[in-house]
Design a protein around this ligand. Structure first.
Ligand code: GDP
Length: 306
């Protein structure tokens, strides 16, 4: 991911090497190249505008006599702006004062929510937490089984509705009401001393009003400490619209970028933090449970500019 963006930016910086000072024309040409690189990488237009404006202003005002030569100064400015676009500081999970901490996952079907639930559970377990996974995706018949498989691999128990015990409000899979399952899951966690609950919710391939309302109802019912919006970095320009819809629907507190191991341009996903004002907290980089990392904006920026 980001290989093209990385190559294009590096090529831009090369053109500046050996220059004693940057003329206004040099800065204008550089900013134009950065703009093209960002647009080609699918970075959202408002983010491109904000980014290039900041680079232009800072490059024009850069001190000539500093320790860095002009080319190095531009690299530093672009690095700083990339870190800012990616959310600035690393943002960790905010744990509840009174456990369990409730983390709800939301996103489109196929975004990688169920896989992410397992990754997060495994990572939390390795840090000494005692998570419980809750299967509230009752839309796809095999989603519960998939979470159980993931939970088993992560060594983390899964709270799931029993088949045939649906109460009075069966849904499409006959597994019951996802809001009730979520609420019961949190109660189960409290009763069994799990300090974190991770709720996997349903999504469709596109924005879906009914499922968005269901996610909003779960949010209202369990009052999560974190709502993580899980987004496939491969979906390109749709990323920004999808993020807006979920921000409105469930008011997420953080973003998880998945499939960063893919070869898509990725810029749209990079725009999500800026256009929603919510930090990217984790990244998923493969199908295995270990392919998971805390998202550090500064490290990602360095990786792109490497
Ligand atoms: P959900 O519908 O949002 O629960 O998505 P799933 O967790 O079922 O994931 C959908 C597909 O994407 C599965 O085949 C996963 O193995 C795959 N997947 C999830 N995360 C990643 C990732 O970071 N990289 C890659 N390459 N595949 C992933």
């Amino acid at each position: 991911m980001f290989a093209t963006l990385s190559d294009r930016l590096t090529a831009t910086f090369k053109n500046l090497r050996g220059k004693g000072r940057l003329s206004e024309a040099d800065v204008a040409a550089t900013v134009r190249e950065i703009r093209t690189a960002l647009l080609e990488a699918d970075v959202a237009l408002p983010v491109v505008k904000q980014f290039t404006e900041a680079v232009r202003e800072r490059a024009l005002g850069a001190e000539v006599s500093g320790a860095l030569n002009p080319a190095q100064q531009v690299v530093k400015i672009v690095n700083d702006e990339l870190v800012a676009v990616l959310g600035g500081q690393t943002r960790r999970i905010q744990y509840a004062k009174n456990p369990p901490t409730v983390i709800m996952l939301a996103g489109l079907q196929g975004a990688g929510k169920t896989t992410l639930a397992g990754k997060l559970a495994l990572s939390l377990r390795s840090e000494g937490h005692t998570p419980l996974l809750v299967a509230a995706d009752l839309q796809r018949p095999n989603a519960v089984t998939q979470l159980q498989v993931v939970g088993e691999r992560a060594g983390v128990p899964v709270f799931a509705p029993e088949k045939g015990n649906q109460g009075s409000d069966p849904d499409a899979t006959g597994l019951g009401d996802p809001v009730k399952v979520s609420r019961d899951g949190v109660a189960e966690a409290a009763a069994r001393q799990h300090d974190v609950v991770i709720i996997d919710t349903a999504g469709r391939l596109g924005i879906d009003t009914v499922l968005m309302q269901q996610a909003a109802d779960i949010r209202t019912a369990v009052q999560p400490d974190e709502v993580l919006f899980v987004i496939d970095a491969m979906i390109g320009q749709d990323a920004v619209n999808t993020a807006h819809a979920f921000l409105e629907g469930v008011d997420f507190t953080g973003v998880v970028l998945t499939k960063l191991d893919g070869d898509a341009r990725g810029g749209a996903a990079l725009s999500v933090a800026t256009v929603t004002g919510r930090p990217i907290m984790f990244a998923s980089t493969g199908e295995k449970l270990e392919d998971f990392e805390v998202f550090h904006p500064d490290r990602m920026a360095s990786r792109i500019l490497d």
